[in-house]
Design a protein around this ligand. Structure first.
Ligand code: ADP
Length: 317
């Protein structure tokens, strides 16, 4: 449904994306991850015909973004990171306005506004002014406008950013319900979001595609190191040497001493599994006091560092 081949975009001297190639199959939710400045927005703008590529090509349902941009626009719905909502308009008034911009007839607009309002759960706020809606509802309106022309492809840029936890769950649920009939590209900074929603994930870094894989494989690759932040009571040297003697522990670092005999340590494991139970049992059996333990989640930045290093190692042998 979406085919991107050797896509490159230069802004003057700056190469925003370089030689990017990927595909998305019909009905799939494709996660699109990358740090700031990686080239995600540029790629999405090319796919939505807002920007022409410098070279390479992109096709939606077989139509080229440059040669058949009208056909592409008919088939793509876009939810940008900051939706240009008109705060003084009512929800229905705004959707009607967007429908006019998209060249839809009055009859089609009325029918589709009814359909998308039901699909996105905005019918109870139809007459409310957009400026008075919660952020979660505004995001629903943003999705409703993207869906208005019944597109086969939906491109969503950070759709859950700035929402509270309950709204995040609701928007994710909504996104999941929109897939199937539609193909979705979901750009996000949130790794678990990708595992929850996407069948495949691509990662872009400094304009280059570095990963095209399933979320399960990605998780497996990333879990190969696990880190724990642990607070233990007992003699410092004895604790460290005990932890270092465990085969599952790769390294131990003393971070600070919380109280006279209570030490905050960081443990890195090379094991591809959760070592929390093993560590806690062994610490207690040894007669130390286990005062606290937290698994350190990898931040997205850590993930990129790891993946990029991995790629370099593979490339350079
Ligand atoms: P992301 O969405 O992943 O944060 P972008 O696609 O916005 O990344 O940006 C990719 C690169 O292109 C960045 O280095 C950015 O500074 C540059 N860039 C983006 N838009 C422009 C522009 N209009 N003019 C010049 N450089 C740009």
């Amino acid at each position: 449904m979406i085919e991107v081949q050797n896509l490159t975009k230069q802004y003057g001297e700056t190469t925003a994306i370089s030689d990017v190639t990927f595909q998305a199959e019909q009905g799939e939710i494709l996660g699109f991850l990358g740090p700031n400045g990686a080239g995600k927005t540029t790629t999405m703008r090319i796919l939505t015909c807002f920007l022409p590529p410098t070279s390479g090509r992109a096709r939606i349902a077989g139509f080229d973004v440059l040669e058949d941009s009208l056909e592409v626009r008919k088939r793509v719905g876009y939810l940008p990171e900051n939706v240009p909502l008109y705060h003084d308009l009512s929800v229905v008034g705004y959707l009607d306005f967007v429908g006019k911009l998209k060249g839809m007839s009055k009859q089609t607009r009325m029918r589709r506004i009814g359909e998308v309002s039901e699909e996105c759960g905005t019918d109870d706020v139809a007459e409310r002014t957009i400026g008075k809606l919660s952020k979660g509802y505004r995001q629903r309106v943003g999705l409703a406008q993207a869906l208005l022309n019944d597109p086969e492809v939906l491109i969503l840029d950070e759709p859950t950013i700035g929402l509270d936890p309950k709204q995040i769950l609701e928007i994710r649920q909504l996104i999941r319900s929109l897939a199937g009939r539609r193909t979705i590209i979901l750009s996000t900074h949130i790794l678990p979001e990708v595992s929850l929603l996407c069948q495949r994930v691509i990662i872009i870094n400094k304009g280059k595609l570095i990963i095209d894989d399933t979320p399960e494989n990605l998780k497996y690759r990333l879990r190969s190191t696990m880190s724990l932040d642990i607070l233990i009571r007992g003699p410092k040297e004895a604790i460290i040497s005990h932890l270092q003697s465990l085969p599952e522990v790769e390294s131990v670092a003393h971070k600070d001493t919380a109280a006279e005999d209570t030490h905050n340590l960081r443990i890195d494991s090379a094991e591809n599994r959760d070592i929390r139970e093993l560590i806690s049992r062994s610490v207690v059996e040894k007669g130390f006091g286990l005062m606290g333990m937290t698994a350190i989640e990898m931040s997205l930045e850590d993930v990129f560092v790891q993946l990029v290093t991995e790629e370099d190692t593979i490339r350079n042998g």
